[in-house]
Design a protein around this ligand. Structure first.
Ligand code: 4NP
Length: 151
């Protein structure tokens, strides 16, 4: 399974999701791949936010080498699962897919934890460190749910 985690900037939420999922894929010995991207271009080329790096490091996960990239229409063909971290991200992805675009692989990340809830992972960018720990916890639980479901 090829997974893509998508948020807005690809510096806060989706790099945490990429790092956590990659760690679990290794722990479970799965032949899955995971990458991440952002729908916006503002932070392309930047490493993850310092607080995203910090919370991951505290759990033994190094995401310091990741660099932000922008989601493009080509990505629809390259992944089996494209997870939008939030409802605004899902809207952006729909817009990028265009009229008649293939949205079959796309779902809201938190719906894997709570099906049908349509909840968003809160954007921690304008807040302080506790927000990043909250994101980490949601991501950790949801990645466990994804592995349990598709393994
Ligand atoms: P992310 O957080 O989507 O979790 O990477 C954000 C990072 C930057 C911005 C918004 C959200 N921004 O507006 O620059």
């Amino acid at each position: 399974m090829r997974i893509l985690m998508v948020c807005l900037g690809n510096i806060c939420r989706s790099p945490i999701a990429e790092g956590v999922m990659r760690h679990k894929i290794m722990e479970h010995g799965l032949q899955w791949t995971v990458e991440s991207a952002g729908t916006e271009s503002y932070h392309v080329g930047e490493h993850p936010h310092a607080l995203s790096q910090k919370v991951c490091r505290e759990h033994g996960i190094d995401i310091s080498q990741l660099r932000a990239i922008q989601f493009t229409k080509k990505d629809f063909a390259n992944y089996d699962k494209i997870y939008a971290m939030a409802t605004d991200v899902l809207r952006e992805i729909k817009q990028i897919s265009g009229h008649g675009g293939n949205m079959a692989a796309v779902s809201l990340f938190l719906n894997e934890l709570e099906p049908g809830s349509n909840k968003s992972v809160p954007d921690p960018y304008y807040g302080a460190e506790p927000g990043y720990h909250e994101v980490y916890k949601m991501v950790d639980e949801t990645c466990d749910a994804i592995i349990k479901k598709y393994k």
